[in-house]
Design a protein around this ligand. Structure first.
Ligand code: ATP
Ligand code: MG
Length: 138
């Protein structure tokens, strides 16, 4: 069993896609073991995506992540990190495979509907940023 961290981004919550994306998560045999809807502060978004802070798209990324509510989640399952990235598809929806979240729902490379951790180590750090241990119930 492995855990990964997920964010349903503002473009998804705005279009009422929380349930549709959660259905895809559960169909992939990932279990939602923690979930809450929050408004990310600018500081939270900057910390969360700090690895990208020198990239030209960083200001747009922070603006996009704070534009409306997000749903932060912890997902559990076999090979959860890789499996969830497969559910999401490529960062750029134009390059995402059929039947992935980003192919179906992303508006652009920036408003790409959801985030998934890129490694188990990153997942542990990201989960800690948003959840305390007693909020995660497997
Ligand atoms: P995420 O980390 O959100 O799951 P990812 O791992 O597929 O996505 P990253 O390279 O980590 O992709 O980029 C983080 C986020 O930054 C992307 O999801 C996207 O919203 C945004 N982003 C990445 N590249 C660009 C770009 N060229 N222009 C605008 N936004 C971008
Ligand atoms: Mg990433």
């Amino acid at each position: 069993m492995e855990r990964t961290f997920s964010i349903l981004k503002p473009d998804a919550t705005r279009r009422n896609l929380t349930g549709a994306i959660n259905a895809m998560i559960e169909a992939a045999e990932l279990r939602i073991v923690a979930q809450k809807r929050v408004l990310m502060t600018r500081a939270q978004a900057e910390t969360f995506y700090a690895v990208h802070k020198e990239r030209p798209f960083f200001p747009e990324l922070v603006a996009t992540m704070t534009a409306g509510p997000v749903v932060v989640q912890v997902l559990e399952g076999n090979d959860a990190v890789r499996k969830y990235r497969d559910v999401l598809g490529a960062t750029d929806p134009a390059k995402a495979a059929a039947n992935t979240v980003r192919k179906k729902y992303a508006l652009s490379i920036s408003e790409n509907s959801a985030h998934g951790s890129d490694s188990p180590e990153t997942a542990a750090i990201e989960i800690q940023q948003f959840f305390s241990g007693n909020e995660i119930v497997g």
